[in-house]
Design a protein around this ligand. Structure first.
Ligand SMILES: C[S@@+](CC[C@H](N)C(=O)[O-])C[C@H]1O[C@@H](n2cnc3c(N)ncnc32)[C@H](O)[C@@H]1O
Length: 243
């Protein structure tokens, strides 16, 4: 039996996706509200920086992985124009439905697909940009998912991984207090679910730090990799170029 981590718990590797699904099935209806509350709106700034780094052009083919409620897909869709395309994907139907409804309310219709980042149902070399925001942390086989992202990118294409990362040491104590004392209470109060927000805090601690993730991208075939810390390293944007 091979085990892996689900937050601080050890679970069977084959069971992790089911646990992760349980988290996002539970948080989907209140996901956007909780995102704004727990980040005090900062997730909008992190995503705005990601959109800048994406440097999307009209006509680009874009794949948003773990796209959830569609924050990035919505902005990208305005940039690719009528000649481009943004495919909005997630492994979780509840998150994707919430996102699709939100995009429809904004007058945007995108190809929307339930799919696992570890087994992408796309041919090789077909996207100019692949994005994954706050999703990689939840995947069981991160290297496999990164290799899949590399496979579907065109040569010269860009991968953007926006994810929680390792905060600068002076922020650690405050961040731990906020993550383990405040977040689960906020989750209980707003979404009626403390456990999912405890998982969030734990999964962030289990995720590779900036340099380690950079090495993972390099090991998955990205020839040029860089990262940008935001908010004292609380979040990092890794940019990988397939070359
Ligand atoms: C924290 S949400 C992020 C949603 C959105 N990208 C955002 O930034 O607001 C993480 C998402 O990752 C998705 N996810 C987890 N494992 C996945 C996998 N193996 N393949 C695709 N999506 C996955 C979850 O279903 C969830 O919607």
């Amino acid at each position: 039996m091979t085990t892996t981590h689900f937050g601080y718990q050890s679970v069977e590797e084959t069971d992790k996706a089911r646990h992760v699904r349980g988290v996002f099935d539970s948080v989907a209806p209140k996901y956007d509200l909780m995102n704004d509350l727990m980040s005090m709106g900062l997730h909008r700034v992190w995503k705005a920086f990601t959109v800048l780094a994406a440097d999307i052009r009209e006509g680009d083919q874009v794949l948003d992985i773990a796209g959830g409620t569609g924050d990035l897909a919505l902005v990208f869709s305005k940039k690719v124009g009528n000649s481009g395309c943004v495919v909005h994907t997630d492994i979780n139907e509840a998150m994707l439905r919430t996102g699709r409804d939100r995009l429809l309310d904004a007058g945007v219709v995108l190809p929307t697909l339930v799919c696992d980042a570890e087994k992408l149902p796309f041919p090789a070399n077909c996207f100019d940009l692949v994005s994954v925001a706050f999703g990689l942390r939840n995947m069981t086989h991160k290297e496999l998912a990164l290799a899949e992202m590399n496979r579907v990118l065109k040569p010269g294409g860009k991968l953007l991984v926006l994810e929680f990362s390792k905060v600068a040491p002076p922020l650690e104590k405050l961040y731990d207090w906020y993550s383990f004392k405040v977040l689960p209470r906020l989750g209980q109060w707003v979404a009626g679910d403390a456990a999912s927000y405890r998982y969030l805090a734990e999964s962030i601690r289990m995720h590779p730090a900036q340099q380690e993730l950079k090495a993972m991208l390099q090991g998955s075939g990205f020839g040029h990799v860089d990262y940008h810390n935001m908010t004292g390293g609380l979040v990092a944007l890794h940019v990988g170029i397939k070359c």
